[in-house]
Design a protein around this ligand. Sequence first.
Ligand SMILES: NC(=O)c1ccc[n+]([C@@H]2O[C@H](COP(=O)([O-])OP(=O)(O)OC[C@H]3O[C@@H](n4cnc5c(N)ncnc54)[C@H](O)[C@@H]3O)[C@@H](O)[C@H]2O)c1
Ligand SMILES: N[C@H](CO)Cc1c[nH]c[nH+]1
Ligand SMILES: [Zn+2]
Length: 478
Amino acid sequence: MKTIKLAPGERLVTNQLNRKGVLPQSIVDAARDIVANVRANGDAAVRDYCQRFDGVELQSFRLPQEQVDAALEGLDPAFVAALEKAARQIREFHQREVEQSWFTTRPDGTMLGVKVTPLAAAGIYVPGGRAQYPSTVLMNAIPAKVAGVKRVVMVTPPQKDGLISPYTLAAAKLGGVDEIYMVGGAQAVAALAYGTETIPRVDKITGPGNAFVAAAKQIVSGDVGIDMVAGPSEVCVLADATAKPMVVAADLMAQAEHDPLAACYLVTCDEQFAREVEAGIDILVAQSPRAEITRASLDNEGTIVVAADMAAAVEAVNTVAPEHLELHCKDAMGLLGGIRNAGAIFVGAWSSEPLGDYVAGPNHTLPTGGTAMFSNPLSVEEFVKRSSVICYTPEGLLSDAPATQRLAEAEGLWAHALSAALRRRVLEQGEDAVSAASLAAADLTKVAWPGDTTVTVAEGVDLAAAGSDGAGATGEEA
Ligand SMILES: NC(=O)c1ccc[n+]([C@@H]2O[C@H](COP(=O)([O-])OP(=O)(O)OC[C@H]3O[C@@H](n4cnc5c(N)ncnc54)[C@H](O)[C@@H]3O)[C@@H](O)[C@H]2O)c1
Ligand SMILES: N[C@H](CO)Cc1c[nH]c[nH+]1
Ligand SMILES: [Zn+2]
């Protein structure tokens, strides 16, 4: 691992890190070509990439529903029990995120609020290149279903035998996935974004993946919604003298083993401790069945930061803005307040990051590449849309029309002012005042921009009755 030693008073800066942008440029370029090809050539392009990158020739990408229905049959009961426990705890956590529509009423009866509507169709990417990810199925499908999404479409790379892992399938069954397509990589993201002859497009794509997947999501973003850049895994361990070097070594390896591009950071004030962690990694890697990936990640992307004091160490963590942060320190809870940038924070020595990967409940789909500076963990919120609701009463219209007209005049937008003015005219002068004949004869510039904010209701106009089309509803804040 590369070591950066900070002198007293020195702060870690992003340029000192191995990071080459949020994602490597060569991968972004390759993903752009794949996306363009799938957009232009649909299934034929997807089929080509499946063959090239996954070594499988598929005639149909859709997994037959009978296979999903039978997914739990014959599986190890201990695995099913573990999956059910994970699903229950993930659901319980995400149910707390559900957002209700809300409405509030002003004294003049005008009603304002927010209507929350689930997305119609969400595409969830479940990785399947270097490992299988049934946990990711649950982490994406459950919040989508809690949000009320009707059509949850899962894509995942096929295995060499042209099938998907029975564990992943079991998770799809438990998570309530509606359709499964055996397609992975940037081509799967492009198919979900633009649709192909056999893969219908969705409204939003969520879920993690390798750098090709994360880059493709960034590229299609805007044509379709995306959650965030959730690329190669990262962990940052902030450790003091109370931490056990072998445990910290295992925690760094737990993220390194995902991907050669996974990035692991150790931040400490004690260089001797850092050397003990490195020695620990050598011992543990020797027995890892994933030694090659782990070593490549730690050697090429791993960084140790030795800070002069704890304050500098905490600031170094904020500069890294890791996907996962472990606080292996005596006063871990006391440090929490100083942490500003991290996707998920594991507080104290017992909070092993893999507990969060599988069963704790919070989502494991998290921002990477420094995007934890401004992005959030995947949540129910990502699977809904909000619409503002604005419902004026006649009193409300009369109260707000003059300011609207004056602001529209300042912006030079005459019809904006007229739109409010004509409604105001109905209430101030009666319905005849907006007849074609009366407006044809009026000086409409004066109507729109009268230069006078006095509001007088026409004799005989009953504002309450005028609002009886529903706009006059009154009530307490809901
Ligand atoms: N940030 C998070 O929340 C989070 C969560 C879980 C996993 N992850 C990450 O997800 C990733 C999973 O990666 P994976 O590779 O195992 O599975 P994956 O499904 O993400 O990627 C496999 C696909 O990548 C494509 N691919 C491989 N090599 C390619 C190449 N040279 N050119 C173009 N496309 C290519 C292929 O289409 C293949 O199907 C890891 O990086 C892991 O760290 C991140
Ligand atoms: N650590 C990954 C997020 O970076 C999530 C995961 C799934 N399975 C194992 N780990
Ligand atoms: Zn993990």
